[in-house]
Design a protein around this ligand. Sequence first.
Ligand code: HAM
Length: 419
Amino acid sequence: MIKAVRGFKDILPEEIPYYRFIEEKIKGILENFGFREIRIPVLEHIEVFERSIGNTTDIVEKEMYTLKDKGGEILALRPEATAGIVRSLIENALHLKCPVLKFYFSGPMFRYERPQAGRLRQFHQFNVEVFGIKEASLDAEVVALLYIIFQELGIEKHINLEINHLGCKECRPIYKSLLINFLSSKKEKLCKDCKRRMERNPLRVLDCKNPECKEVTLQAPKICEHLCTECRRYFGETLDYLNILGIPYTINPMIVRGLDYYTGIVFEAISTEIGAQSAVAAGGRYDNLVEDMGGPPIPGIGFAIGEERAVMLLKKEKKVKEEDPRVFFAVLGEEAKRTMIPIVFKLRLKGIKCEMEHDCRKSLKSQMRKADKIKAKYAVITGEEEVKEGFTIVRNMESKEQFKVKIEELVRFFEEVER
Ligand code: HAM
């Protein structure tokens, strides 16, 4: 048997309604917030990710699916969407075309990570990005939007919104050297990876899951306590706006994020109910990214929701399922089938979900068993006799009530019943 690739998962029909529910609900909210959909390719030149996410991050160092195409170009399956959206903004000069730069995008992402509960190698993200505005009120709006999405999905009580501020070009280097000094004094207690991170990307040490590293970093200087005056003001103002909007949050100085493009506010929606992979969504501000990728100096902020993890929470809260077919057509004999098939089509085009038995040699009993199985509300039973008379039998599957309806009036009958 040929199996799916490790970490790549089929989303089977019974799970699809959860994904649809999430995607449709979020799209509805975002359209009201003035966002427009953008669709970007799955493959990009590898530089798109190297120049944005950062060469020393786990994503770029270890987790990218890369390939050489037949023309010899090195490409990568997108591990995230922000870099691709920024590439598209620059390439299409969207800042000159769109009056408001608010985009959303959903689709699969690819990371070569160790698969476990809530962690896949192909997963789905719903991304939200805003460009061109740098105001604390907007940062609060974006964070609030994330919370409102969880609220509208009915899963807000399963998450905790955690916020931090990563400083700017002025204050972050000063904090970095403070952190390196601190980490150097505790070097022997750090894991092998963190010893390496300390030199290449010291903030990432704060994100290490190793219990001993965690104990060390608890005492480490906190970035939000070492912000410059402007960053401190901006962070305070953002939190003020969140209070005005009534959004609950906690400040978590340990949030550093696994991508290098962040500047300023960063945030994560954390759940304690889905195992070790606890971040259901994450994001932050990235004011230098557009410029770093060769575009004009346009600030940005956004987040991505991990759809698989959101589905895990949604399943705790409610059952989402597709609507069952309303009408089942039992047809006994060829004549009945020929008469009913155009009616089934007409009803479907009028928005009434119908199924018809294609094997008209099957007994009435077995056809009615199928009507029960698919949970149809009505069964329309037609045999040769009925066709001759121009009538059919409609059975209400719940009340078991049966009545005769003229075949030529069937469509109108169901339109009225279903109204
Ligand atoms: P990220 O934190 O790498 O951020 O991913 C965002 C979310 O995607 C995570 O919180 C998680 O729910 C989900 N996720 C990540 N990796 C996996 C995986 N292997 N399996 C299942 N779910 C996963 C970004 O990707 C940024 N681009 C977010 C952003 C948008 N920042 C600004 N704009």
